[in-house]
Design a protein around this ligand. Structure first.
Ligand SMILES: Cc1ncc(COP(=O)(O)O)c(C=O)c1O
Length: 480
C-alpha cells in the first residue's frame, strides 16, 4: 500500500498515474460534442450505487475506466461553448497546472510552518488585488472557498465593527437582486429574521439610491443600526452593477460599512476596456472577488479584501498548538489569523500561475470578449419577436423569456419556458439557467466562454423556441 503514498520513492508512479489521468481527461475534452449527455438521476444513480467501495480495483487504469462510466461521460462540461447556464467559467490551462502542483505539494495555508512560500505568494496576490481595487496602503485580505464565504467574513467584520452589541437592532441593506448568501450570512451571524432590508432596484436592476437613503434614514429614526450596505458589482442574474459612488457617499454619511460583492464583476479589475464600470469600489470597506467566476480559475478561488487590515482581527484566535500569540511579535505570517478556515488550500497558486503565464491583460481580454458577446446576444434577442429580454447587459448575462405569438396566458408562457429549459437539458444540446422576474419564469444565459459565438446563441434560441412550441402544441392536444 505504501506504493500509493506520494514521496521520493514513488515519484515515477505519480508521474505515470497523473499523466494517464491527464491523457484521459484531455481525450474527453477534445471529443466532447455536447455540454451534457442528458443523463437522468435515475439512470446514473444505480451505476454509482452498485460500486462496492470496500472492494478496490487496485489499478489506476481500471479505476479511470470506471470513472468514465460514473463521472466523465455524463459530467456537465463548462468548457463547451453551449454551456450557457450558471456563473461557471471554462478554466485556463496555467491555473489547471497550478491545481495539479498545489495538490501534489499539498501546502496548507493556515500557518507559515505548513506553507512557507505559499503564504507569501498568497499575500502578494492579495496585495495585487487590493491595489487593483484601490483600497489603499492599509488593505489586506485572505483567500476563501468562494463568494459565499467571502461575503460571510465581510459581514462578520462589519458586525464586529458596528456600534452596538444588540444583534436584534442590526440591519444589513442589500438590493432585491443581491446574492442569497447575504441573507444566509445574516442568519449565521445571529442577526434577527428582519435583519436584511431589501432595497428596490431600478429598471436596469441597480440599487435605487433614493430608496437606500430612505431606508438608512428610517433605521436612524427607529433606533436601528445599519451595520453594512452590500452593493453588488455584477448581480448573479443580470450582471448589473449598483451605483457604487452614490452608495459609498451614503455609507460615509451614515457611518455604515460598505461591502462590495464583486464576486462576478471582479473580472472588470483586469479588463482593458471596462475597468471604469467599477468606479467607486475603491471606497469599500470590504470587497468579495471570485476569481473562479471571471478570472477563468478552477473552483475554488475567491478572496475577501478589506480596507483596514486591523479589522481582520475579528477572525483571529490563537492556539498554542498552531499559531501562538507570540508568533505575531516574532512577525511570523500565519494566514489562519485572518481566515474563517484552518486547514486551507493553496488556491492562490492557480491565480499566480495564470498571471505569470498570461498576465492580467490576458485574463481581462477574455472577460471583455464575453461581455462583447453578451452585447451581441442582446441585439439578437431585442430584434427577435419570439423573445422578451429584460435588461441590456453590463457584464455577460442575458435574461429572457420565450413569448409565443398565439398565447397570452402568462402562466402558460411560464410553463412553456420551464419546459423548454428542462427539455434542452435533457437533450444535452445546451444548458441554460432560469430565474424569476416579477413573479414570472425567465431563462438565462450566463456567457463566460470566449469560444461561444453569436451563432451558438442564435442556435440555442432556436432550440428553446422549438421545445417551447413542442410543449404548447402538446398542451393544445391535451386540451382538445
Ligand atoms: C454576486 C454573487 N455573490 C456571491 C456569490 C457566491 O459565490 P460562491 O458560489 O463562490 O459561494 C455568487 C454566486 O453566484 C454571486 O453571483
Amino acid at each position: 500500500m505504501r506504493s500509493h503514498l506520494l514521496n521520493d520513492l514513488t515519484a515515477e508512479h505519480y508521474r505515470r498515474s497523473v499523466t494517464e489521468g491527464v491523457e484521459r481527461v484531455a481525450a474527453k475534452l477534445a471529443t466532447t460534442d455536447r455540454p451534457f449527455t442528458g443523463v437522468t438521476v435515475d439512470a446514473l444513480a444505480p451505476r454509482i450505487e452498485r460500486i462496492d467501495l470496500d472492494r478496490p480495483l487496485g489499478d489506476t487504469s481500471a479505476v479511470l475506466d470506471e470513472l468514465e462510466e460514473v463521472y466523465l461521460r455524463d459530467a456537465v462540461y463548462f468548457h463547451h461553448p453551449r454551456y450557457l447556464a450558471h456563473l461557471n467559467c471554462p478554466v485556463v490551462i496555467p491555473a489547471v497546472l497550478g491545481e495539479a502542483v498545489l495538490s501534489a505539494v499539498n501546502s496548507s495555508l493556515d500557518t507559515w510552518d505548513q506553507s512557507a512560500g505559499g503564504t507569501l505568494i498568497e499575500r502578494r496576490l492579495i496585495d495585487w488585488t487590493a491595489e487593483r481595487i484601490g483600497l489603499g496602503a492599509n488593505a489586506d485580505g485572505v483567500f476563501t472557498s468562494g463568494g459565499s464565504q467571502s461575503n460571510l467574513q465581510a459581514l462578520l467584520l462589519a458586525r464586529e465593527e458596528a456600534k452596538t452589541e444588540d444583534l436584534g437592532r442590526l440591519r444589513v441593506l442589500a438590493s432585491e437582486v443581491s446574492h442569497f448568501s447575504v441573507k444566509k450570512s445574516a442568519k449565521l451571524l445571529g442577526l434577527g429574521p428582519d435583519a436584511v432590508i431589501t432595497v428596490p432596484v431600478d429598471h436596469d436592476k441597480r440599487m435605487q439610491t433614493v430608496a437606500l437613503a430612505r431606508e438608512l434614514e428610517r433605521c436612524a429614526r427607529d433606533g436601528l443600526v445599519p451595520m453594512a450596505v452590500v452593493a453588488t458589482a455584477g448581480t448573479t442574474d443580470f450582471g448589473s452593477l449598483d451605483p457604487l459612488p452614490e452608495i459609498a457617499e451614503l455609507c460615509a454619511q451614515y457611518g455604515t460599512w460598505l461591502h462590495v460583492d464583486a464576486a462576478y464583476g471582479c473580472g472588470l479589475l483586469v479588463s482593458p476596456t471596462r475597468r471604469h464600470l467599477l468606479a467607486g469600489i475603491e471606497r469599500a470597506d470590504s470587497v468579495t472577488v471570485d476569481y473562479h467566476k471571471s478570472f477563468f480559475q478552477p473552483v475554488s478561488s475567491s478572496a475577501v479584501l478589506v480596507r483596514d487590515a486591523a479589522t481582520l482581527r475579528h477572525a483571529t484566535y490563537h492556539a498554542e498548538y498552531l499559531n501562538p500569540r507570540r508568533m505575531v511579535q516574532e512577525r511570523i505570517p500565519n494566514q489562519v489569523d485572518k481566515s474563517l478556515q484552518t486547514t486551507r488550500r493553496f488556491d492562490a497558486l492557480k491565480l499566480w500561475m495564470t498571471l505569470r503565464v498570461m498576465g492580467a491583460d490576458g485574463i481581462g481580454q477574455l472577460f471583455d470578449e464575453v461581455c462583447d458577446l453578451a452585447e451581441q446576444g442582446w441585439r439578437l434577442l431585442a430584434a427577435d419577436p419570439r423573445y422578451d429580454v429584460v435588461v441590456e447587459p453590463s457584464l455577460s448575462t442575458l435574461v429572457f423569456r420565450y413569448i409565443p405569438a398565439a398565447v397570452t396566458d402568462p402562466a402558460e408562457i411560464d410553463r412553456a419556458n420551464l419546459y423548454a429549459r428542462k427539455a434542452l437539458f435533457a437533450s444535452g444540446d445546451a444548458v441554460v439557467a432560469g430565474t424569476k422576474v416579477a413573479g414570472r419564469h425567465y431563462l438565462k444565459f450566463t456567457l463566460l466562454n470566449p469560444e461561444t459565438t453569436a451563432a451558438d446563441i442564435a442556435a440555442v434560441l432556436d432550440l428553446i423556441a422549438g421545445h417551447a412550441e413542442q410543449y404548447l402544441g402538446d398542451s393544445l392536444d391535451r386540451a382538445c
